[in-house]
Design a binder for this molecule. Structure first.
Ligand code: HEM
Length: 173
């Protein structure tokens, strides 16, 4: 992992090097994680909080506020997952699949990535549907079923991500 970071740093132009330094400096949570990973964790925990606030709003029948909160949480989590996690997965984990699946955090991170990908796809679809942005044929009416599945998968992906963080950056496995 460090070799890749050093190589990337050497090949970057000065402007990008500052960005790279910023993201590869030690994080602020006192673990072995970089600033990027700590920021990722905090932002995803923020989206998890938003999803739960949105859930409560739906229970209170405040549907407009519910829609805004969940749409914001879907957008934020999509950006964080694509920019930080999918990039990290492609650089650090994918080259070792399937040969290294029984080593380190390869298996747990891959399972997490698969659950996360389902959560993200369903979440984006439900958010688009909620904002009337899908073709007529895809406009499901059974909101409760779709939203509960999306919510459950997001929470599962978040718990899996926290487990990945602890395994990699607290225990250093
Ligand atoms: C809704 C979807 C997802 C949620 C809520 C989620 C949540 C999390 C959280 C909380 C962490 C710990 C923070 C960190 O270590 O940076 C994490 C780490 C990680 N996730 Fe996800 N994740 C999702 C989707 C994905 C997907 C689709 C992939 C890959 C295809 C993925 C790959 C990773 C990887 C590689 C890490 C370790 C990142 C690092 O280098 O720090 N995640 N995830």
């Amino acid at each position: 992992m460090n070799d890749t970071i050093i190589l990337l740093k050497c090949n970057l132009a000065p402007g990008w090097r500052h960005m790279s330094d910023f993201l590869t400096t030690p994080g602020f949570l006192g673990t072995k994680a970089t600033l990027r990973s700590d920021l990722t964790l905090v932002l995803i925990l923020l989206t998890a909080l938003l999803f739960n606030i949105g859930f409560i709003l739906a229970r209170r029948k405040q549907f407009k506020a519910h829609r805004w909160v969940q749409t914001g949480a879907v957008i934020l989590s999509t950006l964080v997952v694509l920019i930080s996690m999918v990039t990290s997965y492609i650089i650090h984990i994918l080259p070792g699949i399937p040969a290294k699946l029984n080593q380190g955090d390869y298996a747990v991170t891959t399972v997490h990535g698969i659950i996360g990908a389902f959560a993200l796809l369903l979440g984006v679809f439900v958010a688009l549907r909620g904002n009337e942005l899908v073709p007529k044929g895809l406009r499901f009416q059974n909101y409760k079923l779709f939203m509960r599945w999306a919510y459950a998968l997001y929470m599962l992906a978040t718990l899996g991500g926290v487990a990945v963080y602890i395994i990699v950056f607290v225990f250093g496995i």
